[in-house]
Design a protein around this ligand. Sequence first.
Ligand SMILES: O=C(O)C1=C[C@@H](OP(=O)(O)O)[C@@H](O)[C@H](O)C1
Ligand SMILES: C=C(OP(=O)(O)O)C(=O)O
Length: 450
Amino acid sequence: MSAHGPATPMTAHRSPALRGQVDSPGDKSVSHRALILGALAVGRTQITGLLEGQDVLDTAAAMRAFGATVTRHGPGAWSVEGVGVGGFAEPEQVIDCGNSGTGVRLIMGAMATTAITVTFTGDASLNSRPMGRVTDPLALFGARAFGRSGGRLPMTVIGAADPVPVRYALPVPSAQVKSAVLLAGLNAPGATVVIEAEPTRDHTERMLRGFGAELTVEDTPEGRVITLQGQPELRPQTVAVPRDPSSAAFPACAALMVPGSEVTIPGVSRNPTRDGLYRTLVEMGADIAFENPREEGGEPVADLRLRNSGPLHGVTVPPDRAASMIDEYPILAALAATAQGTTVMRGIRELRVKESDRIDAMARGLEACGVRVEETEDSLSVHGCGAEDIEGGAQVQSRLDHRIAMSFLCLGLVSRRAITVDDASPIATSFPAFEALMTALGADLRHGTR
Ligand SMILES: O=C(O)C1=C[C@@H](OP(=O)(O)O)[C@@H](O)[C@H](O)C1
Ligand SMILES: C=C(OP(=O)(O)O)C(=O)O
């Protein structure tokens, strides 16, 4: 369970060149899925490299509440004794998913076709996010949901006693919605079909296949058509979680902001549904090498080597890239402030329903640091100042959003005057070692407001 403790301000000061290697954390998306599919398999799944961030710990606690035996054996080494598809027990307590949209939405899907009743809640950020995007398709299976106005948590979901399979075209590009439908489809007889017009991260599809489900993916004029045969017996797996490209983005972009930096980040996922930021950085002129490309745990990975070899230039990021870098726009916006010229990010309306309204959070924070921005409902433009000319000197609100906090702490490493984030504690949801790893590279991060 996660309770939000007292705010812990943190301040970033202009730093010397960042140098060294970063063992960045396990992938958050893959970690949630490994725990949930492990809980739905029959037998013991072994996981290495699990992200031990609060979001994932909350999912682990939830899987225990549904009857799985979840054990930590050492750093990142976990096992899950599953209860089988349809075997979830009704939890005795409210399921608290903390700050995690992925956790709550995937777990709602996983329980929606079992005849149990579950009440979900989260922190103030999660309780303000829309759940109708998940409960609408789950209703087609026969599940019912009763939440607060606007489809918000706390919410009680009554799983379908007699589920029917579903054919569903995603109205928003969302891997969470896609995954919720596929996980619900596991306990429905027959074929559940999800159609996505724009490809989103495909970890659920990859992992379902790995656990022995029959799943096909077809590219058609309508989009990607994913077909899952229901009621398989999932076989336990050994899951090696790759390192998270969304977390690696912070040391990577910090290295590209701080003059003279050279940083290596081994074993980062290069899954093409996640690599939009890295494609964008190359277009901006970044010096990045993707070394030793290989496959680990069913995902392509590579060692990233980044050199700061001068200023980057602004680019226009097209809307069709948004899904492949959806969590990286905050750090890209910070990096764009240090580039020459304007960076235009289009097709990003989904950022408004993340842990915070990330377009607004970045726009207001950047303005407070002396950076000129323009926003629309669906876009953000950042006028770069060059690495040496960001004013900084602001206290920025992190709004219970780990990525906003980390983005401004990275920007503070180059700004003239220090940047404070009012609360760095949300960083522990996805990247608990952020401060330690960044400090080891030479970043000047200090607790408090000075
Ligand atoms: O499926 C996932 O693991 C995730 C999907 C994305 O959310 P949406 O599906 O809402 O775009 C992303 O922002 C989130 O951090 C993780
Ligand atoms: C959007 C994010 O996570 P979630 O939706 O799982 O809260 C994120 O980690 O940036």
